[in-house]
Write a protein that binds this ligand. Sequence first.
Ligand code: A2P
Length: 305
Amino acid sequence: FPEVTLSSCDTTMPVIGMGTSSYPKVDPETAKAAILEAIRAGYRHFDTAFAYGSEQDLGEAIAEALRLGLVKSRSELFITTKLFASFAERELVVPAINKICGYVPNTWPFKFGKVVSSMPVEKGVLLPLDIKSVWEGMEECKRLGLARGIGVSNFTSEMLEDLLSIAKIPPALNQLEMNPLWQLKKLREFCKAKGIHVTAYSPLGSSGTKFGGNKILGSKVLQDIAESKGKTTAQIALRWVYQQGVSLVTKSVNKERMNQNIDIFGWSLTEEELDEIGRLPQHKTITFASIMGPHDVVLQIDAGL
Ligand code: A2P
């Protein structure tokens, strides 16, 4: 697996990670079996979040992988998790991250005014983020050795400017919905100029989930390129992301598709194919409105700024 070097992070990160969010949630045994299968297939980077309810399953699967000797030490695995928006305050960050197995926690660009157990949240619960407060807590996680690196998710360039103006430790990465139908060219250029690595989530459009769709896997342009190269449409989408210098987290609970999704090296898309994909009409799949309710911050993120 190629790896990427992250700023202010004391390890490299495998460019492909296995996602663990699932709606509807699969039962713990199925989730753990899928994680073990992914480790067997060679995945060494896993993406979780408090909000996904998958941290426990991931931790138990890793313990089992160590017992089975599939990996020799925990340090062979790179785990990303996300701080839940109910804990987006300086004093709450360290205890929240301490409880979980996270190596690189990200923070979302909003805060919940109370602990919430279901989403979308009702009006008034979603509050603007006090970035200085939450980032001091994130920096403390790094200083205490709870995290190898710290990052953000769904941050616009404006939010990143604010963060960079106060950060003592800059964010190592920004995790964003990014795929051939949501290319985020400007935001990626901005991140690159600031030394912030981009990780793509929903690179396949999270088909089969309640918030995802099949526009990417159903794209005629991607399907035709796939057919001409003897690849699958998913592989074309993932390879395109990789050729943008972006890492990705993608999810599958199916062994064959897990293997397919890491078989994107040793071949490439041509300049013409990249150009054709570069011209695809843009469509954001994951809108926060469906998860968080219709609030202002949602619109900014959904504009892809
Ligand atoms: P499954 O778990 O049954 O393989 P994303 O990575 O964008 O979040 O998308 C994940 C969704 O895409 C899951 O529903 C997953 O279903 C499906 N998926 C993952 N890999 C492939 C693939 N190679 N071909 C088709 N569908 C895939």
